[in-house]
Design a protein around this ligand. Structure first.
Ligand SMILES: [Fe+2]
Ligand SMILES: [Fe+2]
Length: 276
């Protein structure tokens, strides 16, 4: 069932051939239903926190313009594309109702935590977030034979990598005037990696689960925890650890030999964090 993540597509996120969606390959895949729908919630909610991020970088016109004109629009489009997919593939699910519940909850308590103390370190944190999304979509692309979903996952992955490149370039630009040492950068990477585990995904998944189950039987928290654990393990099984490791240590700008030397231990630590 598992596929290579890198099969090419002849279309992009603006021209999805929905008529080619093979519903029979996904209709009964509860795992994909949860992963796609929860991801659509978080991506669309970019609207909520992107304004705060632009405000944080207020004063740097180039960065603010890119955040508002490119980054935010692309993140929201990831969400609307995944929402459209979910509505085609699983039309019985009340997406609008579930999202309204999620949004009320997320905007109150699941909002992204405090920013890093400096703009340079916040750029490092953004690189970590984009590493997380790029590798998630890479893993998602391996979970299905359905060509439209695979194509969407790969197209979003490409845009997340592009976001990473922008944040990394801005990190370099800002760090010219404010030289940040490697330990500070390492600290920002660790904080964001640990923060990511707390977990926006769990909040989104809970509201998908809650809406799905409320029409069938009483919601069982233990059942949800079990499902969430299983889905996390499934994503981690095909997780591109080497790619994540390279992206995470890049802002430390280590000499090549040192970087090669620590890639192994960092990958081991990352794998441990993912498992626990
Ligand atoms: Fe995204
Ligand atoms: Fe992104």
């Amino acid at each position: 069932m598992l596929q290579s993540a890198n099969a090419p597509t002849k279309w992009d996120l603006g021209t999805i051939p929905w008529e080619q969606l093979d519903v029979s390959l996904v209709r009964d895949r509860e795992d994909l239903f949860y992963l796609v729908t929860a991801a659509s919630f978080i991506e669309i909610a970019a609207d909520l926190y992107s304004n705060n991020l632009a405000q944080y970088f207020n004063g740097d016109q180039e960065i603010v313009e890119w955040l508002e004109s490119s980054w935010k629009n692309e993140e929201v489009r990831h969400g609307t594309t995944l929402r459209n997919y979910a509505q085609h593939a699983w039309p019985d699910f009340n997406w609008d109702y579930a999202y309204s519940k999620f949004f009320a909850d997320y905007s109150r308590k699941c909002i992204i935590s405090a920013y890093e103390p400096t703009h340079v370190l916040e750029m490092v944190a953004r690189c970590v977030v984009e590493t997380g999304t790029a590798t998630f979509y890479q893993s998602l692309a391996t979970q299905t034979n359905e060509p439209i979903l695979k194509g969407i996952a790969l197209a979003i992955r490409a845009e997340e990598i592009n976001h990473y490149k922008h944040f990394y370039a801005y990190f370099n630009k800002l760090n010219i005037n404010c030289i940040t040492n490697r330990w500070q950068i390492f600290g920002a990477v660790c904080r964001r990696v640990l923060e990511a585990r707390k977990d926006d995904a769990e909040c989104a998944m809970w509201h998908v689960f809650n809406t799905r189950k409320v029409t069938t039987k009483p919601v069982d928290l233990r059942q949800f925890k079990l499902l969430y654990r299983q889905l996390s393990l499934q994503i981690k099984k095909e997780y591109p650890l080497a790619m994540a490791t390279k992206m995470l240590i890049k802002p430390m700008r280590l000499p090549l030999k040192v970087a090669q030397f620590i890639e192994g231990p960092v990958a081991t630590c990352s794998a441990w964090i993912l498992r626990h």
